[in-house]
Design a binder for this molecule. Structure first.
Ligand SMILES: Nc1ncnc2c1ncn2[C@@H]1O[C@H](COP(=O)(O)OP(=O)(O)OP(=O)(O)O)[C@@H](O)[C@H]1O
Length: 437
């Protein structure tokens, strides 16, 4: 066994604090409510949540009176649970228990936190001599104008191409290719993730570095690169004081994606012509048929040795999302792991929905990692959402990953990506608390 040296005293005390807080939480419930009321409290909570999830499923899969009656039940269930707590004068027990449990988890995580440096490898490379940035003045509600990104970039020596001058949809990949042919030695985008993916593909193909300016609305790619999302102008620092990262690119059919490709209900809904004008109304109208399999393609997914038949939604991502707990929800802790992530949801009825209280029955939510994922269906083509852009692709649709395919230039000083939260491993905590490392 490798000797990792002595454990810092601070971590030992944090591990002890974890056990103390957990014990205090349990004692509080037993002392405040008694054993019988504690069991009752737990049962009422579990039943309330299960009813809420089952009613939520009925809301999504029905229309008319049944839908709205389900909505009432979905809201009434948690309210009833709260009333039950209040009538038993136990709200303070529940609130205090919640606070103590949050403290327990925080102390446990801090005690087990990885000590290894989480930053990806950075490469020192000379600054670009002829950077070329494509900017979309309409992205993020006009961030290019608000943060004066175009004039700032020009002052730093970049050539700026503003999208939208022609009035119609421009071929950004062609603009980027022309720029490289004319001598550009870096390509960058200030815009949404769909545009980032199109230009990143050209940068990887031409072997020039890519630069991301967080001027979109969601900026998920910028977030997972550890860039500043609040102030997109900070991303321009990469031009004069930058380092390079090597990251992976996902491929779906003949397209590149930087974040994810989605299949199934959501991808089908966004293809609907009515979706642009009425997102909620169109989703509610289409969901019942899509979720119950009366409409839309039946998906067949192969990820490594795993095969799934009939999931309602599948998300394939460029490196897996940290979905193990809410802290990591919707973010990737690394973009250079060389593996696609897959998340598939298959809810067959209200019982499956209710089972989500305990994490779902087997097959309800499936996660996997693989280097190739194939999505097939009984139809000749499939709607696919590629980094938020709605496309139709011929089946079977193959997703692969190209490890280290993209050089990304980022500011040397940037917010960075937090280390993934460690699993709350009680055995390791016990060893730590007892000073055994
Ligand atoms: N290639 C393009 N040529 C011309 N206009 C474009 C192009 N791409 C996007 N637009 C226009 O710019 C608007 C904003 O697009 P974009 O997706 O880049 O930003 P966003 O919606 O703010 O970001 P996000 O992808 O994070 O939601 C779109 O509504 C679209 O009309």
């Amino acid at each position: 066994m490798v000797d990792l040296g002595p454990v810092p005293a601070g971590r030992r005390w944090l591990a002890r604090l974890t056990f103390l807080a957990a014990l205090a939480a349990v004692l509080l419930v037993l002392a405040g409510a008694g054993i019988r009321a504690s069991i009752g409290l737990l049962l009422v909570s579990v039943i309330g949540m299960a009813v809420m999830l089952a009613a939520g499923w009925w809301f999504l899969t029905h229309r008319g009176v049944v839908r709205w009656a389900s909505a009432v039940v979905a809201v009434a269930a948690p309210v009833t649970v709260l009333i039950a707590y209040a009538r038993a004068s136990l709200i303070w027990v529940v609130v205090l228990f919640g606070l103590l449990w949050v403290g327990t988890v925080a102390a446990g995580r801090a005690a087990l936190r990885h000590t290894r440096d989480h930053r990806p490898d950075e490469f020192d490379t000379p600054p670009p001599a002829r950077p070329f940035l494509i900017m979309n003045p309409r992205s993020g509600g006009g961030k290019v104008g608000r943060f004066e990104l175009d004039s700032r970039a020009r002052k730093l020596g970049a050539t700026v191409y503003l999208l939208g001058g022609s009035g119609g949809q421009e071929d950004v990949a062609a603009v980027a290719r022309r720029a490289v042919a004319d001598g550009a030695d870096l390509l960058g985008v200030a815009g949404g993730d769909g545009t980032q993916a199109l230009v990143a593909a050209v940068a990887a193909e031409c072997g020039v570095p890519f630069m991301v300016v967080s001027a979109g609305t969601r900026n998920h790619f910028a977030m997972d690169l550890g860039l500043d999302r609040a102030d997109p102008s900070a991303c321009l620092d990469a031009l004069n004081d930058g380092v390079e990262l090597r990251i992976d690119l996902g491929r779906v059919g003949d397209r590149v994606f930087v974040n994810n490709a989605s299949f199934g209900a959501y991808a089908t809904i966004v293809q609907s012509p009515a979706y642009r004008d009425d997102k909620t109304g169109t989703t509610l109208e289409l969901l019942p048929d899509l979720l119950t399999g009366h409409r839309g393609p039946v998906l067949r997914v192969t990820a490594g040795s795993l095969t799934l038949l009939g999931p309602q939604a599948v998300l394939v991502s460029n490196n897996p999302y940290g979905l193990d707990d809410v802290a990591g929800l919707g973010r990737r802790y690394r973009l250079n792991g060389g593996e696609l992530g897959m998340l598939a949801v298959h809810v067959r009825g209200a019982a499956d929905a209710a089972s989500l209280v305990f994490g779902g029955r087997p097959g309800t939510i499936t996660r996997a990692g693989a280097t190739t994922i194939e999505i097939d269906s009984d139809t000749g083509s499939l709607p696919v959402g590629v980094d938020g852009e709605a496309l139709i692709m011929p089946t079977p649709v193959r997703c692969t990953i190209s490890p280290g395919a993209l050089r990304v230039r980022v500011p040397r000083r940037r917010p960075g990506v937090p280390a993934p939260p460690p699993e709350l491993d009680w055995t390791r905590l016990r060893h730590l608390a007892l000073g055994r490392g």
